[in-house]
Design a protein around this ligand. Structure first.
Ligand SMILES: *Cc1c(COP(=O)(O)O)cnc(C)c1O
Length: 421
């Protein structure tokens, strides 16, 4: 059920002693850490990072891992040790990247609504590039930089009006989306600011969406960016990098999809037309397969129409993707019971009808206190956690070479109430 032809390393595998992550027993991890708990495989992160790095070996490139997919410090430090740089989407993420040891110059700062305070901080700390979302933002950056007596390194995020063919909520490259400046306006925006005090125009940026599973939109986005870069070259703007953003999808349903080599094969021929080094900002593709959310069954029940529910101690407060985007996650019992598979609705404990992980999922018999693992939860899982219904944020554990450590302790009610009078 778990092993399919996924082209990538699968860290969660059944063993004689139940499900294991890189050889560490999930049962023994949660015996200590409790449930719900996120469990990550360091090896899966290393393998995924290197697969992308290797795929681009033939072209000058740097990888700025997108923190917003998962910014737990231990994960960031692991990525930094592999040579990754960082893509931050807020002032908070810039500071977290710095805490994890990233040099400011190795951080790019993206974000559709950067506040004055965030921009002031990014300029003062000296991030590698600020990806500006509008002409107005560029001018505010210039003014703030002049006030500080500094020069801000900037790129403009262009919106190419390309359909990423992903879920509408995670598509960002259409002209109906809020992101970036229209491609046709970009050249004039650069040209008008060639000599602007306080600005150095170092790059161009594009990011058309997330969980992209077809090559064509990614190739077209790269082609648009390269064409713009060539025009800017004619205008005397010499760029240091072309930032292709992130978006590479992963195989949630166990079916092979595009892999980093396919992606590189599609975009490198476009990039060669410019010769300018590329910045990549993968998030999901680096950490998605590395993590599982391990939860306990707290109730089971059957309705007269035959619908059977397994209620878990984790829900949309721990992993909101199914409720937010109708996303699919594989679910596996940690110690499968013998017996025929039947259709289960696997749901969370939260007072929302959308708090559902899966409907009509074929699973072996489940009983109260059984453990299940919700796979491929390494990206956009923990980072989107909330305290809704006063649930406490789960613990996080990293497994490396068979040994595991708690990388984030479980939140306590005292942690939460400490903010309140
Ligand atoms: C979210 C985001 C990414 C990462 O996207 P993935 O789909 O996780 O690879 C990269 N760049 C920017 C600007 C983003 O907003």
């Amino acid at each position: 059920m778990i092993t399919c032809d996924l082209l990538v390393y699968q860290p969660f595998e059944p063993t004689g002693h139940g499900l294991a992550c890189d050889g560490a027993s999930i049962q023994s991890i949660v015996d200590h850490a409790g449930t719900p708990t996120y469990v990550y495989s360091a090896r899966a992160i290393r393998d995924a990072y290197r697969a992308i790095d290797d795929a681009f070996a033939s072209y000058p490139h740097v990888i700025h891992y997108a923190l917003k997919a998962n910014s737990t410090l231990a994960i960031m430090r692991l990525l930094r040790s592999l040579g990754s740089r960082a893509d931050a989407n807020s002032g908070g993420e810039i500071r977290v990247a710095e805490r994890a040891g990233f040099a400011p110059s190795d951080i790019v700062f993206t974000g559709v609504g950067k506040t004055r305070e965030e921009l002031e901080y990014a300029i003062a700390t000296g991030v590698g590039a600020i990806n500006a979302e509008s002409a107005g933002e560029l001018d505010r950056i210039a003014a703030l930089a002049c006030t500080q007596g500094r020069v801000a390194r900037v790129a403009v995020r262009v919106n190419p009006d390309i359909d990423a063919q992903s879920h509408p909520n995670i598509s960002t490259g259409l002209r109906t989306n809020k992101f970036g400046v229209p491609l046709q306006d970009a050249r004039a925006i650069y040209r008008e600011r060639r000599g602007t005090k306080g600005l150095r125009l170092v790059g161009v940026h594009i990011h058309i969406g997330s969980q992209i599973t077809t090559l064509d939109p990614l190739r077209r986005a790269a082609a648009s960016l390269v064409s713009l870069a060539l025009e800017l070259g004619d205008d005397g703007v010499s760029l240091e990098h072309l930032d292709l953003g992130g978006g590479l999808g992963i195989a949630y349903e166990g079916r092979p999809i595009i892999n980093p080599a396919d992606y590189a094969g599609a975009v490198i021929p476009e990039l060669r037309r410019s010769g300018v080094p590329v910045v990549l900002e993968p998030g999901r593709a680096v950490v998605g397969h590395s993590g599982a959310l391990v939860a306990r069954v707290v109730d089971t029940k059957r309705f007269p129409d035959g619908r059977t529910f397994a209620v878990l101690d984790a829900g949309m407060g721990e992993l909101i993707r199914p409720a937010l985007y109708g996303s699919f996650h594989r679910i596996v019992p940690v110690a499968p019971r013998p017996g025929a598979e039947t259709a289960w609705d696997v749901v969370g404990p939260i007072c929302e009808s959308s708090d559902v992980f899966a409907r009509d999922r074929m699973l072996p018999p489940l009983e109260v206190d059984d453990l299940v693992a919700i796979l491929d939860a390494g990206a956009y899982g923990s980072v989107m956690g909330s305290n809704y219904n006063r649930h406490l944020l789960p613990a996080e554990v990293m497994v490396d070479a068979g040994a595991w450590t708690v990388i984030r302790r479980r939140q306590t009610l005292e942690d939460v109430l400490s903010l309140e009078s």
